[in-house]
Design a protein around this ligand. Sequence first.
Ligand code: ADP
Length: 502
Amino acid sequence: MIKKILVANRGEIAIRVMRTCREMGIKSVAVYSEADRSSMHVRYADEAYCIGPAPSNESYLVIDNIIDAAKRCHADAIHPGYGFLSENAGFADRCEQEGIIFIGPSSHAINTMGDKITARQKMLGAGVPVVPGTSEPIQEIDKAIKVIKEIGLPVMVKASAGGGGKGMRLIHEESEIEPGIKAAQSEALAAFGNDAVYIEKYINSPHHIEFQVLADKHGNCIHLFERECSVQRRHQKVVEETPSPIMTPEVRKEMGAHAVAAARAVNYASAGTIEFIVDDNLNYYFLEMNTRLQVEHPITERVVGVDLVKEQINIANNLPLRYKQEDLKQNGHAIEVRIYAEDPDNNFMPSPGKVMHITEPLGLGVRHDGYVYEGYTIPMFYDPMISKLIVWAPTRKEAVERMKRALYAYKITGIKTSIPFLSRVMNTPAFVEGRYNTHFIQDNQQYLEPKDDASQKIRDVAAITAFVDYISKIESKTRVSSNGSSVSNWKAFGRKKSLNRL
Ligand code: ADP
């Protein structure tokens, strides 16, 4: 049984994993870069090891340094969190070679699902619907044009090795096909060292809906229902909720069965996520599988009542799943928002720096997974996400109200954050009514842009006018003051101050 886990990550996710370790009586080990010496995950862990300088390719991404730390502290297992090495098949293999348990799926599953073209082929074989398009890398433009004519414009050109919203191009017109493919190929080569690209039909009014799966090493596989992740900025999730406002019980059942089939197709054993793209008529297509814990996993934990990290550890310990599909149900509604250190009112510019003050929201139905504290300086080397705020309530309407209340109570000074933007999302009619797709942000600019608040300006002007009026009334009363001068006390005060300044 695992007794000590090294968490090969930083920030909120490292702490999130360590919390479960503590509950399970497992010792946790932090690794940190030189820029993270005073980071909360280092304080929270039972032991901590420095693994290199600030840039992640000299620390959090250096397999040798992490393995070295794991050996020094005699860790039985490594939890990779998300990002960094979490979907690196070579890292999973290396752990195995060194006799350290990798808390995640096999390198075979990571490899198969990590390459989008291979994953599409696998899914077709398993009877899981995929977006119409090509299932081989594009070699010749002529053939690509033929396929595009068959499936119809618009199409997406995607990098097979793509991720994080990178390496995707939307093509609307025939004239864009050749330059679009060539540009995507060179972009993919530069970003991922692999120029394989393929074509997918562009789904109109797309919804991003994903299914959480859990599979053990004894052939058991279940799903933990869906998460709706259609509020996206530049193909990156901003708000997630479960259940999805557009889901029906029938489609949920069907999609859940396809998610399980997808995981089974690669002999998956751990927690994983099957992402689907869904149109307005609830036609759904496999998009990709994330072979790791997701940022948005807490909403599933809250609604289904399962600690996903605990289950990952149990699976890594070779235990059979504790749950059967029929044991699970969705209870109430959960919403998560991602809080970034960036300025939503200045084109989402990163805003690293020192946190002067932080008041985290508390109260019924609120969970806050964060890592910054007062006096902490957010380094500029890593992802700007500083926390996740998760709320739960019996109904969606109450969950939205609770999120508004929690965002109102969440105060951070010293840096800019996305909190004001997220509050505007919670007040946008399309979100409140659950009628939105991945175009939500671009379609609702009038609600989401910072208010050049005309009404506030009018209120300010009115207040100033009233003040000036009040002062002039006082002045006229004190025109001849008690000391016999004709200068008001306000003016005298001002003069005294300016004399002091001299
Ligand atoms: P990545 O691995 O880079 O995150 P995904 O394939 O998961 O890329 O797609 C990210 C997002 O891009 C989706 O959530 C969706 O909003 C949009 N998208 C991807 N493929 C399509 C498509 N075929 N049609 C419409 N939108 C798409």
